[in-house]
Design a protein around this ligand. Sequence first.
Ligand code: ADP
Ligand code: MG
Length: 247
Amino acid sequence: MASKELILSVEDLTVSFDGFKAVDGLNFYLDKDELRVVIGPNGAGKTTVLDLICGKTKATNGRIRFKDKELTKLSEHQIVREGVGRKFQTPSIYENLSVFQNLEVSFPKGRSVFGSIAFKRSELVTERVRAVAEEVLLTDVPDLEAGLLSHGQKQWLEIGMLLMQDPELLMLDEPIAGMSVRERELTAQLLQRICKGRSMIVIEHDMDFVKKIADKVTVLHQGKVIAEGSMDKVQADEKVIDVYLGH
Ligand code: ADP
Ligand code: MG
């Protein structure tokens, strides 16, 4: 088996909001091509960790190294260009544009909506849109206005918009919240497809779903890692049962 290569190392990461440490001396290491799931009770600091990695929130202390770059020194914009994509809890898509157009404007060269109107559709962009639409199960509805998609399809579209940038690290915050059972199953398969050749961090609460997709699980509590390892290992951990799974 090939030896593992680190893509992300987070060390001693801390952020205080008025003296309250939402993330407290966190250490976290992610390998290339790994799909990690982060779980933990509400308020554990999961979303804040993603905010720190993508540069939305600035760290009070600590380091975030992605490949050979120190992300704490970069802007949100630069971090995207380094190959980090992040999906928030609520989908942010252009409701009045079609599925195709939403994907098209997400292609790195035609990022703004206005810019894209004058943007000549190259074969390359169209090819890429088609490939991504297939990956996120939206091949049948390219011309549908995005606002008319189901909730689950909107989530998939936003994942597709991130895939247009072909990020090396993709982070998803509770991607299956509000989805039907069927949509959850399809999303598990979807994530397993798109994680090929990239690293992913997924925050999720649904344990059946976590079991299906996770290589490894990290459990956060009060801004710290309290357990990490295989799903079986963390599920059997006393501390994890105590603060999270037991409730
Ligand atoms: P989780 O995603 O695990 O539910 P969060 O990361 O959203 O938790 O929040 C962790 C803690 O940090 C919560 O107590 C939350 O209220 C607090 N928090 C998050 N962002 C801010 C902020 N910008 N200002 C103040 N407090 C915040
Ligand atoms: Mg959260």
